[in-house]
Design a binder for this molecule. Structure first.
Ligand code: GDP
Ligand code: ZN
Length: 344
């Protein structure tokens, strides 16, 4: 038998970061305890050099060294599978704020009516998830409102087949009747999930149906406004269905972040087989001659709906990219890091 470790050796435990307040973190240890933890200054410095504003995010797996006062000191952070980020605010506008790490799936929640399904929102979120290497899926809530409306049923069937055909799971749910709630519960079990969608689609109602203890506030669609609802940008993991759901106040909009226009096509899964075949290697598939994506649209291998969505997103990606480049130049003008005498 190996010797038992000496009693005075610091106790090391591993766990999951479930809440972050900037300086203190809540960690659920693998044995099920909640421990308050701090981080070594060293990690903070490392994060700054790689342009992240926070060294540790909810969803991170950490090793803690237990202190005498029963708080933990984070001594190691496991490499991340993926991370969901947003652009940090203010003067660090170009650095990355990691909202959640190690996400198993991002669910885009939409409703059939009140508000109607918004495919543009869905595609933006799917593209953001693809860019972060996070598997995504679609929830179509308020299925009860389809009752007796055959045209709306056809329309919703069209969209659900389209997204399922692309490989994204689609679930019809109703927080009102309970349809699909059990299926959604099973998908959340044992996983870290992000649930995101426009205001009023029924995210809170659905999560309450799955886990009544959450007691999330449900409000009338008409009284929903995005302004001022959240003042904090710190994410939390909520316990639901034996898994974790990330509450992500910072990303109501699921922005597409730091992407070059010629990269975008790679995040439309059905574009991928054609991407190497365009005449120009940096083709953006909207005006260039000899474009394999435009040919695939003509041949109906790519739907006009998704291609239209691509063009819309491309426009906003271009705008943002240009603004970023201009900001870079301005910064250089104001505070040059290096300058040399011009050569003779
Ligand atoms: P959230 O903003 O996405 O969190 O949406 P809420 O959960 O606050 O719900 C917004 C409104 O939609 C509330 O009036 C809910 O009662 C209603 N609602 C939520 N889910 C359903 C549903 O499945 N069917 C119907 N008919 N109404 C729902
Ligand atoms: Zn092309």
């Amino acid at each position: 038998m190996p010797d038992a470790p000496p009693d005075d050796s610091p106790r090391e435990i591993t766990g999951l970061v479930t809440r972050s307040t900037g300086s203190w973190y809540d960690v659920r240890t693998d044995s099920g305890e909640d421990v308050r933890a701090r981080i070594r200054g060293k990690f903070r410095l490392e994060a700054e050099t790689i342009d992240e504003t926070n060294p540790l995010a909810v969803g991170d797996r950490v090793t803690l060294q237990m202190q005498e006062d029963e708080t933990g000191l984070v001594t190691a952070i496991a490499p991340r599978e993926n991370q969901l980020s947003r652009r940090a605010a203010g003067h660090r506008a170009r650095s990355e704020h990691v909202i959640v790490a190690n996400v198993d799936r991002a669910w885009c929640v939409q409703s059939t009516f009140q508000p109607k399904l918004n495919p543009g929102f869905v595609d933006r979120m799917l593209i953001a998830a693809e860019a972060s290497h996070i598997p995504a899926g679609l929830i179509l809530n308020k299925s009860d409102l389809l009752e007796g409306k055959p045209r709306a049923q056809d329309a919703l069937a069209f969209w659900s087949e389209l997204y399922e055909g692309l490989g994204y799971p689609v679930l019809f749910t109703s927080a009102e009747t309970g349809e699909g709630v059990e299926a959604f519960r099973q998908r959340l079990a044992g996983a870290v999930s992000v649930v995101s969608g426009p205001s009023g689609v029924g995210k809170s109602s659905l999560l309450n149906a799955i886990e009544p203890d959450l007691g999330l506030r449900v409000s009338e669609v008409s009284e929903k406004t995005n302004k001022g609802r959240h003042t904090t940008t710190f994410a939390t993991l909520l316990e639901a269905a034996g898994g974790w759901v990330a509450d992500t106040p910072g990303i109501r909009e699921f922005g597409i972040w730091g992407m070059a226009p010629e990269e975008l096509g790679g995040y439309f899964v059905e574009f991928r087989p054609f991407l190497g075949e365009c005449r120009y290697p940096n083709c953006t598939h909207d005006h260039e001659p000899g474009c394999a994506i435009q040919d695939a649209v003509d041949e109906e291998s790519i739907t006009p709906e998704r291609y239209g969505s691509y063009l819309n997103i491309l426009e906003s990606v271009r705008k943002e990219y240009r603004a970023d480049e201009e900001a870079d130049w301005r910064r250089r003008d104001v505070r040059p890091d290096v300058w040399e005498e011009p050569e003779e």
